[in-house]
Design a protein around this ligand. Structure first.
Ligand code: SD4
Length: 331
């Protein structure tokens, strides 16, 4: 039974592409790669691929991972000159004995494989970074969604306990842009095979060299064929410490319902002693029988879901807001 799930509002169109690819007979692996590539090339999405927001030094660095039904996986981290990192990750999976390549090694591999070099920093992303650089105490200034589900952002100052306070609008303009969030895509194809992809420019204005959860197999993405596929995203350090995607899949292997597995993973994240009020975690899973669920640490997480059961409409692609309770779709 074909299913596609994609994180966040900017995942809506990639989810449609993923789902349509499956319906046209492509494998789940090909489909998630296609959906991820669309987002990587979408310049309105300032959190993935070219057009993503840079790190603290003004350089865009991309991370990605991909995994299939048979446990094959590939990842890249700290890639600075190639747009389609999801395809480089897939190439790592298919052509090397390794799981992850990082930095210069990943770039040399991409070059040898014939990928085209690209300047990832757009004028829009650069302008936003320059605005961030001008903030006094900028290491404690972040972007925040102005309204849940919307793409309008304000700079906020983050206190020691993680509490946010808005910076005066007189000093800071209101940048309009897509969210600073990864896209994670999960899919099940006609043959019941599962696959997943994550691709991101990571947290906006991160420390140079910082790598998040998205390219880490078991943290941002994990799949066990015949059991489940899971994606986790948000403040990546949380999911890295909790191995969230692996946790969800293993709970399901032990018999947990998808929503309970997500809830258990959220409970684990809540125990993180570094957790502060401004952090988010968004989780989603597809079980091998087609049941899926999503859960987040706090309201604000969204996902697009397409299957022949969404809203009772054949092939519908629906954007869900994940509020306090988990969102599920019984098989
Ligand atoms: C990271 N998980 O690098 C990513 C950030 C993100 O939605 O975009 N979250 O930590």
């Amino acid at each position: 039974m074909p299913i596609a799930l994609s994180t966040w509002k900017h995942g809506f169109q990639p989810n449609r592409i993923t789902y349509d690819a499956i319906l046209s007979g492509k494998s789940a692996l090909d489909a998630v790669e296609l959906g991820a590539r669309y987002c990587e090339a979408d310049l309105t999405c300032m959190s993935v691929g070219r057009g993503g927001l840079p790190d603290a030094t003004g350089e865009v660095t991309l991370d990605a991972s991909i995994m299939d039904h048979d446990g094959n996986c590939g990842a890249v981290a700290f890639v600075r000159s190639y747009e389609h990192v999801i395809s480089i990750a897939r190439r790592v999976m298919e052509k090397t004995p390794h799981v992850m390549l990082a930095g210069e090694g990943a770039e040399r591999f991409a070059e040898a494989e014939g990928f085209a070099k690209t300047d990832l920093l757009t004028e829009k992303a650069k302008a936003l970074w320059q605005e961030w650089v001008r903030q006094p105490d900028k290491m404690h200034v972040r972007l925040r969604r102005e309204e849940e589900g919307e793409h309008e952002y304000v700079f906020v100052k983050v206190g020691e306990n993680g509490a946010e306070s808005e910076i005066s609008r007189d000093i800071v303009s209101k940048p309009r842009n897509e969210s600073h969030d990864t896209i994670g895509i999960l899919a099940m194809d006609e043959s019941g095979h599962l696959a997943g992809a994550c691709t991101t420019s990571g947290l906006a204005f991160k420390m140079q060299g910082r790598v998040g959860d998205s390219p880490i197999i078991g943290a941002g993405l994990y799949i066990a064929g015949g059991i489940a596929a899971a994606v986790a995203t948000g403040n990546g350090e949380l999911m890295m410490r909790a191995c969230s995607a692996f946790h969800i899949v293993e709970m399901i292997r032990q018999g947990a319902e998808p929503e309970d597995a997500c809830e258990e993973a959220i409970l684990h994240i809540r125990r993180d002693k570094h957790l502060t009020d401004d952090m988010q975690a968004g989780l989603m899973v597809i079980r091998a029988d087609g049941a899926w669920a999503a859960r987040s640490l706090r309201p604000g997480f969204q996902l697009a879901a397409a299957s022949n059961r969404e809203n009772g409409t054949e092939g519908a692609n629906i954007l869900y807001n994940v509020t306090a309770d988990s969102v599920t779709n019984d098989k």
